[in-house]
Design a protein around this ligand. Structure first.
Ligand SMILES: Cc1cc2nc3c(=O)[nH]c(=O)nc-3n(C[C@H](O)[C@H](O)[C@H](O)COP(=O)(O)O)c2cc1C
Length: 219
């Protein structure tokens, strides 16, 4: 669906999820993340960029596992420490994966995806047309109930800081793995919140599309 159509439908409250396609088990055990490989950090930083043309090809399970671990997985199991920082270690950031098979919440402790909706909400994650068909749209949500020790006036800023760190980890993983990515703040918050069934303590922060880059065919 193109952007203008989406904007018009959005004004009418008509941007809706689609039926999911493919496998949608309630729990999706991911392969262990590959913590050895990848490009040297300075090369990945050199290549980090936003890209907006995606192939519809699915990510492999390993790519999904590595990407989600980079995004917010546990890297110090003894402490439960994560790949991204968190103010007062509140761990308020919820990472959702919108896939053709449905909407899943990433569970860092078990490195699993948990199905939270059996609908394909990718099209609702942004006004830009590529979000509908790219392999993965990540949605970053702050769980304010986890931030009771953080002063209320600072919660949103702190959660956005944590989301920014996760976003950059995904950009760097993408650069290393040859995947395209773009972080996005331009989406219909009411429509996405409704499509995801978020509660009053859950605040949408950012979205991020990830997928294989679209291969351009020379004329
Ligand atoms: C908070 C934030 C929100 C953004 N929102 C969008 C968006 O909704 N759509 C989009 O295409 N790009 C979005 N971007 C990506 C920027 O347009 C992009 O980072 C900028 O053009 C610089 O390009 P680069 O990332 O390749 O360096 C956003 C970036 C940030 C930091």
């Amino acid at each position: 669906m193109n952007t203008l159509t989406k904007l018009a439908l959005g004004l009418m409250g008509q941007v809706k999820p689609r039926p999911a396609t493919g496998h949608s088990a309630s729990r999706w055990v991911l392969p262990p993340p590959d913590q050895e490989g990848g490009m040297p950090l300075m090369q990945a930083l050199h290549q980090r960029q936003s890209q907006r043309e995606f192939s519809p090809q699915a990510l492999t399970q390993q790519q999904l596992a590595d990407l989600l671990w980079a995004c917010g997985g546990v890297n110090r199991p003894g402490l439960g420490g994560r790949t991204t920082p968190s103010a007062m270690n509140a761990q308020e950031l919820r990472i959702y994966a919108a896939l053709p098979q449905g909407l899943f919440r990433y569970q860092p402790a078990t490195h699993e995806l948990e199905l939270t909706s059996d609908r394909d909400v990718r099209a609702v994650t942004g006004y830009q047309d590529f979000v509908d068909t790219a392999a993965l749209d990540l949605v970053y949500v702050a769980d304010h109930a986890s931030m009771k020790l953080v002063p209320a006036a600072r919660r949103e800023a702190y959660a956005l800081t944590a989301a920014g760190a996760a976003v950059q980890n995904v950009y760097l993983y993408g650069a290393s793995a040859g995947l395209a990515s773009v972080v996005r703040a331009w989406f219909d918050r009411d429509a996405l919140s409704e499509a995801m069934g978020l509660g009053s303590d859950e605040q949408l922060l950012l979205t991020q599309t990830v997928g294989l880059p679209k291969v351009c065919c020379p004329a």
